[in-house]
Design a protein around this ligand. Sequence first.
Ligand SMILES: [Fe+2]
Length: 240
Amino acid sequence: MNRMQFLKGGLLIGGAGILNTNNVLAQSIEENNLDKLTDENGSFVLNQLPYTESFLEPNMDAETLHLHHQFHHGGAVKGANNDIKMIRKAIDDNNLETVDFWTKKLSYHFGSHLLHTIFWTNLTNKKSDPKGELLKLIEKSFGTFDKFKGYIAESAKNIDGNGWGILAYQPYSGSLTIMQCENHEKLQQWGAIPILVIDVWEHAYYLKYKNKRQDFVDTLFNIINWDNVAERLNKAKKIG
Ligand SMILES: [Fe+2]
């Protein structure tokens, strides 16, 4: 079994053991050319940002974006590759004492890689509003756009410690749902496919916004790329 087969096998067979259902769905999104998380060998890769580091100024400063992408997201990519290597080694050596540790690490690092990859594409440099099918499903799921905005903003601002506010398509109910993800992997709903993610780790805002996480979350609504969110919803409905 080569590395790619091992990785895919882990994704598909090891739903309970190595990666969870969300990651299988994320893999499907990747195959639909929305997110590219791996290279041709199955190794996780850090892609370039879809814009220059100053593109989101002044809402998100270039220095923060550089450090965030290169070292926080980049570190997660390296970590996830190492986790896979160590799991493979433990299996080959028939030394299963360490797989608990590395499997938890993989969930953490993979979550970071996936969510950061989505995050970069969720942002742009101009203000817009959701429309069309996305707006209709927001209204069906939450009442109005303003109610949804208040709900996801409040959820993101109040995450315990580091984490993500996430808008996801839940195929089991055909509706949108909000998750308060702690770290990169906790408190998710099985099956839910993220379409809009808000990074509230301190590394996302501390240089510019200091301890004002609330201000950072409010500002993000000026630079959400609703066309990208709509595209993600469209693909999520096809694979969900
Ligand atoms: Fe981050």
